[in-house]
Design a binder for this molecule. Structure first.
Ligand code: NI
Ligand code: MN
Length: 225
């Protein structure tokens, strides 16, 4: 499969048989994304929580691509109420889709929609696709259950926020990687706005000095995973 990073917390997964999954598509109003919402495809849209920098252009994309939303119950209902297809889940439950498995985890954050609707609990998400496990933490502070998540899942790629202020900063993100123990860590949620400026190379170098692997993806870069 392929993993593409648009910037902020936005990623696209393309499976070997061509299914597309987009996570947190914040593109058009995102000053760092080189890709805009009319340039992406999404059979599935996964939202970790309801904040504007994560819901982003999801409705525009879903309308054009006839995407299925996958979210925690309250946010899924919010999407359904707007006329979109949604699969309702909640934290701790997994489900097999035709691309693979998906399970939401806890995240310490908020989740109100931009129009003030309660979006349910914020979440992280664990995807099991083509034998690989990807853990996108969503927006979150550090929590010790990341150790449990790492014990229960052999994580290949951990997508972890480093921008501080709203989420973990670099120091906490490094601890998060030590707890969850992925093969490779990828930083996200940094440099989009001045308040979340962070140097992803500092994160990478500090992890490497601990004998761990990190990859800093360029905005728009796609890798084979
Ligand atoms: Ni947020
Ligand atoms: Mn955010």
């Amino acid at each position: 499969m392929k993993l593409r990073y648009f910037s902020h917390s936005s990623f696209q997964i393309t499976t070997d048989d061509g299914k597309t999954i987009i996570i947190d598509p914040f593109l058009d109003d995102n000053p760092t994304s080189p890709v805009k919402s009319n340039e992406v495809e999404a059979d599935f849209i996964v939202l970790t929580h309801a904040h504007g920098d994560h819901v982003g252009d999801a409705f525009k994309i879903a309308k054009r691509c006839d995407s299925l939303f996958i979210c925690v119950n309250e946010l899924a209902n919010y999407c359904s109420d707007k006329g979109f297809q949604a699969h309702n889940m909640h934290i701790g439950g997994s489900h097999r889709f035709d691309f693979g498995t998906l399970k939401f985890t806890i995240a310490h954050h908020g989740s109100m929609t931009p129009d003030g609707t309660y979006g349910g609990e914020p979440a992280g998400v664990i995807l099991g696709i083509e034998g690989k496990t990807i853990y996108h933490t969503g927006d979150t502070g550090l929590f010790y259950d990341m150790k449990l998540i790492g014990e229960m899942n052999a994580i290949d790629y951990m997508l972890v926020p480093i921008g501080d202020n709203f989420t973990m900063g670099i120091t906490d993100a490094i601890k998060a990687v030590e707890l969850a123990n992925p093969k490779i860590a990828i930083p996200m949620h940094y440099n989009t706005f001045p308040v979340i400026e962070a140097d992803p190379q500092v994160f990478r170098k500090q992890l490497e000095s601990l004998g761990r692997n990190a990859v800093v993806l360029e905005y728009g870069e796609e890798i084979l995973v």
